[in-house]
Ligand binder design. Structure first.
Ligand code: PLP
Length: 336
């Protein structure tokens, strides 16, 4: 292993998370599916974002900030985790959310409200183009009120956030050793790219010996290859002294993204995704979400059924959380 020095990290997540074989689902599909239970990093603080925020919020504290500004969809898991952790650590939290607020708050949006986050919503149209301006505008306003805001990008996917899943690879390394496992690949849902960037770096550093395959939930393969590479490059620029990767550096790392399972778009899924969610819940007692993990797991099952994954082989799925996303989508589960 190369020399590795972690930057400041808070201890917020319940880790290490369990690593299990999906016994019944594996028998049904003819491929051994192992699952990393990052849906169990906490209760209302569950999911992948908390691993990134352990580093991001340590950085915010280090810089002496007292307010957090971040953004995402109306039902963003990242915003919910930020709202709750901000409350826990004494930051004022401001969320800039994409979408039209419903009459009744539900799922993550309800939890944001319970946690006391300040919420502003904007229509989907032009959201991305105006995002950096809105984040900066909010920061200016807070500064004029004497606050010291810290802006967290979408999904905490940046150089700092990369550490979350780089760090998780130390756990995976131990999981694989304990289970005497040499998996063919690690699959996960990719939405803003930071989890995949961290896993790709960590797989190299901890010599996991298998590719990391992102299943895109919104944009296409070319987009995510660029985004993941950009996050890894900014990580390397900033943290060169903390960790040096191979001679060829990160240019030599492959970024694998499957974009066949996006469906109609972000937070929009076809019935097959809801069917996969109910199927897995009834096989294993594990609940996926319709925006990320359900889509990605549906992609994995489809790849198995297409014969793109060898029968009898071992694969790993990272369950990145998101359970609160099933509630606003309740109507889609009726009759399945
Ligand atoms: C954010 C999220 C992802 C995607 O992670 P990125 O780092 O944004 O790509 C996957 N699953 C769930 C449940 C998430 O909330």
């Amino acid at each position: 292993m190369p020399h590795l020095t972690y930057p400041p990290k808070l201890s917020l997540a319940n880790i290490p998370t369990p690593f299990q074989k999906l016994e019944r689902a594996s028998r049904a599909l003819g491929v051994n599916i192992w699952i990393k239970r990052d849906d169990l990093t906490g209760s209302v603080l569950s999911g992948n974002k908390i691993r990134k925020l352990e580093f991001t919020l340590a950085q915010a504290q280090l810089e002496g900030c007292d307010a957090l500004i971040t953004c995402g969809g109306l039902q963003s898991n990242h915003c919910r985790a930020t709202a709750l952790l901000g409350a826990q650590l004494g930051f004022e939290v401001h969320l800039i959310l994409r979408g039209k607020p419903p009459l009744e708050f539900d799922g993550n949006l309800l939890l944001d409200t319970i946690a006391g986050a300040h919420i502003e919503t904007f229509s989907t149209q032009g959201f991305t183009q105006q995002l950096s301006q809105r984040l900066e505008g909010k920061a200016q306003t807070l500064r004029s009120l004497g606050r010291k805001p810290y802006i967290i990008p979408t999904g905490a996917s940046d150089d700092v956030g990369c550490w979350g899943y780089l760090h998780a690879c130390a756990e995976l390394h131990q999981d694989f050793e304990r289970c005497d496992l040499e998996p063919e690949a690690i699959y996960l849902a990719t939405g803003s790219g930071g989890t995949q960037a961290g896993l790709t770096l960590g797989a190299e550093i901890f010599e996991l010996g298998c590719p990391v395959v992102g299943i895109a939930v919104c944009d296409d393969t070319a987009y995510f290859q660029r985004k993941v590479r950009r996050d890894m490059e900014s990580w390397q620029r900033r943290y060169r002294a903390n960790c040096e990767i191979g001679e060829a550096g990160i240019d030599a790392l492959d970024i694998h993204v499957l974009d066949d399972y996006i469906g109609p778009g972000y937070a929009q899924a076809g019935e097959e995704v809801y069917q996969t969610i109910t199927w897995l819940a009834r096989q294993e007692g594990i609940v996926l979400d319709p925006v990320y993990t359900g889509k990605a797991f549906h992609g994995l099952v489809s790849e198995i059924k297409l014969g793109n994954i060898n029968a009898g082989s071992d694969v790993v799925f990272i369950h990145t959380g998101g359970v609160f996303g099933v509630f606003p989508d309740r109507a889609r589960f009726i009759g399945l």
